[in-house]
Design a protein around this ligand. Structure first.
Ligand code: C5P
Length: 225
């Protein structure tokens, strides 16, 4: 027994993190941001000047990281968001995440975190491959998309770097391409995911749709118990 597991996937700037946070808060369940794990591996790699092509060294680093609702943790302490959100870490995270060895280590970390959340009442887990690979049996799968210009605009506003819109859009394009074209768990909707184009929607509208879908899944789950 346990609560609902909701998977939210999508590209950078599609609204995943904001939607996941708001939905988890409304449902009173854990919000698990898996991008923080890949960012944490990238941060450790940059700090320790590891070779970003060395899958074995990177997967060793990944082995020291855990995921909790507070974020990516090393030795039980959450890594500060501001350290994980720099442009250098974003670019390195996308490279690090293409290594199958790294993904294998982090797969276990993510499943453990989801199971702990489920036992405590449920979890919303967000990333790129949650519905396809990490939680193929999630109760509800959402895939968020939005037009590339809108995603870059949101990222620029969010980071207070509006003047750097062109640079942000270019970096996002590179990251989108790497994330979608890699062989290991590429970014794509699960066949049973509900896809929502958020280009014209504000946060509250998307959150309402997801909460309504969650309510329906909960009701459906109740009937099959
Ligand atoms: O979601 P966020 O932008 O923080 O993720 C950073 C990077 O981590 C992504 O560009 C992607 O390469 C990788 N990632 C992934 N699988 C996930 C979550 C993130 O490959 N489930």
């Amino acid at each position: 027994m346990g609560g609902l597991l909701i998977a939210i996937d999508g590209p950078a700037g599609s609204g995943k993190s904001s939607v996941a946070r708001a939905v988890a808060e409304r449902l009173g369940v854990a919000d698990l941001n898996t991008g923080a794990l890949y960012r944490a591996v990238a941060l450790l790699a940059l700090r320790e000047t590891l070779d970003l092509d060395d899958g074995a060294a990177l997967s060793d680093a990944a082995g020291s990281i855990e995921l909790s609702p507070e974020g990516a943790c090393v030795d039980g302490v959450a890594i500060a968001e501001q350290d994980l959100r720099t442009p250098e870490v974003s670019a390195a995270a996308s490279k690090v995440s293409a290594h199958p060895e790294v993904r294998t280590v982090l797969l276990d970390v993510q499943r453990k975190a989801a199971e702990a959340g489920r036992k405590r009442g449920g979890a919303v887990m967000e990333g790129r491959d949650i519905g396809t690979v990490v939680l193929p049996d999630a109760d509800l799968k959402i895939f968020l998309s939005a037009a590339p210009e809108e995603r870059a605009r949101r990222r620029a506003v969010q980071s207070g770097r509006e003047a750097e819109f062109d640079r942000i859009q270019e970096a996002m394009k590179v990251r989108d391409r790497q994330d979608s074209e890699r062989d290991a768990s590429p970014l794509k909707p699960a066949p049973d995911a509900v896809t929502l184009d958020t280009t014209e929607l504000d946060l509250d509208e998307v959150v309402s749709v997801v909460l309504e879908l969650a309510r329906k899944s909960e009701a459906g789950k109740g009937q099959t118990r």
